[in-house]
Ligand binder design. Structure first.
Ligand SMILES: [Zn+2]
Length: 163
């Protein structure tokens, strides 16, 4: 983790907060950086777009691919305020980013943010054909975790994304 990583994560946190500052606002953001420049910066839009796949990372891959005119984002780093879910980890593999840096990890937040009890980001990456994708968690972890429901929070059932 470098000062540069924290800089981009701060940008992701700032963007996440544009959605609101309570967990009910699903303030999740992803920023894709390559060559010292942001090529995509998106928030979660599942509710807004009525689209279960509109996670911040997926939106960022769509925007980034459109911006650079290439579906493959080799050499790019994906910054996400929250550990990517299985779908977004798989999308990261397909998008060919070189690195994933996330803030809050699975154990720092409520289980509602993940689709599965056992599969984890690292499992997807460990078993991928590619062996050049690096994953680092815990960048500005506390600031990121503060955006979300905590592991022991009593979350209303209608807000729980995975039920
Ligand atoms: Zn996701």
């Amino acid at each position: 983790m470098t000062p540069e990583d924290e800089k981009w994560m701060r940008e992701a946190i700032r963007l996440a907060k544009t959605k609101g500052t309570t967990p009910a606002d699903t303030p999740i953001a992803a920023v894709i950086v390559r060559g010292g420049e942001i090529i995509a910066a998106e928030t979660n839009r599942t509710q807004e777009d009525n689209d279960a796949t509109a996670h911040a990372e997926i939106c960022a891959f769509r925007a980034g691919g459109a911006k650079v005119g290439d579906m493959e984002l080799r050499g790019a780093t994906l910054y996400s305020t929250l550990q990517p879910c299985g779908m977004c980890t798989m999308a990261s593999i397909w998008a060919k980013v070189g690195r994933i840096v996330y803030g809050a990890g699975r154990d720092d937040v409520h289980k509602m943010y993940f689709e599965d009890r056992n599969l984890d980001t690292v499992d997807f990456i460990r078993d991928a054909y590619r062996d050049d994708l690096n994953l680092e968690g815990g960048c500005l972890k506390d600031e990121c975790a503060a955006l979300y429901y905590g592991p022991d929070d009593d979350v209303p059932e209608d807000e729980q994304g995975n039920i």
